[in-house]
Design a protein around this ligand. Structure first.
Ligand code: BMA
Length: 365
C-alpha cells in the first residue's frame, strides 16, 4: 500500500495531478495521509516535539482555553498533542485524569487545524472486574477477557466505545482526523494488567489482534498503530510480543529518566540502546520510529532539554518524541517546563534548534 501511494505521489510531482492520480489519492485512508506526513518529517531528519494533555491543564492551572505550558515557554504549541482514553471504555464523560472527552475532541480538532498531530494512549480498566490499569492482583485478566464469554462480550463493548471515539474525530468538513493510537503500551514491564508477567505472549498478541479487528469492524480508518515497549536489552526482547506487520505502523519506545544527575548515565545508555534497537526493528519492518514517552519528572536538571534530550534525539532520530503531563493538581508531577521553571531557558533553545518541530513548523509537512 505504502509503495503504491509513494508511486502516486512521485507521479504527481513529475507530471502534475491528472484524473487518474486524483482517483488514487481519494483511495488513501486518513491514516495513510498521516503516515506520509510522519515519513516526510523522518526523511527531513527532524523530530516533532509532543506533550501529554498540553492545552487542557498544566502546572498550577486547569481547563483555561488557549493556555499551554509549552506555548508559555517556547512560544508555540507542541507538534504532537498526546491524550489518554482511560474511561472511554466505560462510557465516562471524562478520562481518568479528569479531561472531558468533548473538550479533548475540541482540542484535537484545533491541533489538527494548526497542522499538528494527535496521539493516544489508553490506561483502561479491565473487562473482568473493572479494576484500573495498575491493578496487578489478578494475573489472569487478559486471558479471561479473551476467553470467558461474558468478559469477552464486555471487552467488545469497551473496544467499540473506543473505536466510536476515533470515528468521531472530524474536521468541520466531516472528514476524519488521522491520529496515532498506542494501545497496550510498556508491555515489557509488569506494571499494567497487560504487562509481561501478567499474560503470555500468545494472549498479548491476541489482545492486539482483537483490538485491531474491532476497530476494522467499526470502520476506523484514521488510526496509525504504535507498538511501544519500555526499556529493552536487545531486539529479541523488543520484538518478542510484536503483533505483526499488518497490525503496527509505528515502532515506539517508552523510557523515563529517573533520579536526575545520578540517574543520567542509566537513562542515556538505556535510550541510546533502546532507540538503536527500535530503529533496527523499524527499518527491518518498514515502520516509523517514535520515542513515544519520556521525561524527567520535576526537571531537576536545568539544562535537560539541550544537554540530555537533544543529543539523544539527534542520535536516535525518531519522527517524534512525547513528554508526559504537567499535572495541575500534583505540584511535582510535571515533565515540560512552565513559565518560571528553571529549565525554561534550555527548553527555548531546544525549541530554537533546527532539529525540533513544533506546531507552526508542522504546516510544512
Ligand atoms: C501516570 C500519571 C498518573 C496518570 C496516568 C494516566 O503516568 O501521570 O497521574 O493518571 O499516567 O494518565
Amino acid at each position: 500500500m505504502k509503495q503504491i501511494i509513494l508511486a502516486v505521489a512521485a507521479a504527481c510531482a513529475l507530471t502534475g495531478c491528472d484524473n487518474k492520480t486524483q482517483t488514487s489519492e481519494t483511495e488513501m485512508t486518513p491514516a495513510d495521509t498521516l503516515r506520509l506526513r510522519l515519513e516526510a518529517v523522518a526523511d527531513s531528519g527532524k523530530v516533532i516535539f509532543g506533550h501529554h494533555d498540553d492545552p487542557v491543564y498544566g502546572h498550577a492551572w486547569a481547563w483555561t482555553d488557549g493556555r499551554s505550558d509549552v506555548l508559555e515557554t517556547a512560544g508555540d504549541y507542541p507538534g504532537v498533542m498526546s491524550w489518554d482514553l482511560g474511561g472511554i471504555e466505560n462510557g465516562d464523560t471524562a478520562n481518568l485524569d479528569g479531561v472531558p472527552f468533548d473538550r479533548m475532541r475540541r482540542e484535537i480538532v484545533a491541533q489538527d487545524r494548526r497542522g499538528g498531530i494527535n496521539a493516544f494512549s489508553w490506561h483502561l480498566r479491565n473487562a473482568v472486574n473493572n479494576a484500573d490499569s495498575w491493578d496487578l492482583s489478578d494475573t489472569t485478566i487478559v486471558h479471561t477477557m479473551l476467553t470467558d464469554t461474558a468478559a469477552s462480550a464486555h471487552f467488545d463493548t469497551m473496544l467499540a466505545r473506543c473505536a466510536d471515539f476515533f470515528n468521531s474525530l472530524r474536521r468541520p468538513d466531516g472528514s476524519k482526523i488521522p491520529v496515532v493510537f498506542r494501545p497496550w503500551h510498556e508491555h515489557t514491564g509488569s506494571w499494567f494488567w497487560w504487562g509481561y508477567r501478567l499474560c503470555t505472549t500468545d494472549d498479548y498478541v491476541a489482545l492486539w489482534h482483537r483490538t485491531r479487528q474491532a476497530f476494522d469492524r467499526a470502520g476506523v480508518d484514521n488510526v496509525l498503530w504504535a507498538y511501544s515497549p519500555d526499556r529493552v536489552a536487545d531486539i529479541e526482547q523488543y520484538m518478542e510480543r510484536y503483533p505483526g506487520d499488518d497490525y503496527v505502523d509505528i515502532m515506539g519506545l517508552d523510557i523515563y529518566h529517573f533520579g536526575g544527575e545520578e540517574g543520567l548515565d542509566t537513562y542515556v545508555s538505556a535510550v541510546d540502546r533502546g532507540l538503536d534497537i527500535a530503529r533496527t526493528a523499524a527499518d527491518e519492518h518498514h515502520k516509523i520510529l517514535a520515542f513515544s514517552e519520556t521525561g524527567s519528572e520535576s526537571l531537576p536538571m536545568a539544562q535537560w532539554w539541550t544537554d540530555v534530550l537533544l543529543p539523544l534525539l539527534r542520535k536516535g532520530h525518531p519522527a517524534y518524541v512525547v513528554v508526559w503531563r504537567n499535572a495541575w493538581d500534583k505540584p511535582t508531577h510535571y515533565y515540560a517546563p512552565f513559565a518560571g521553571d528553571h529549565s525554561a531557558e534550555s527548553f527555548k533553545k531546544f525549541y530554537d534548534d533546527n532539529l525540533t518541530v513544533f506546531a507552526t513548523e508542522m504546516q510544512q509537512f
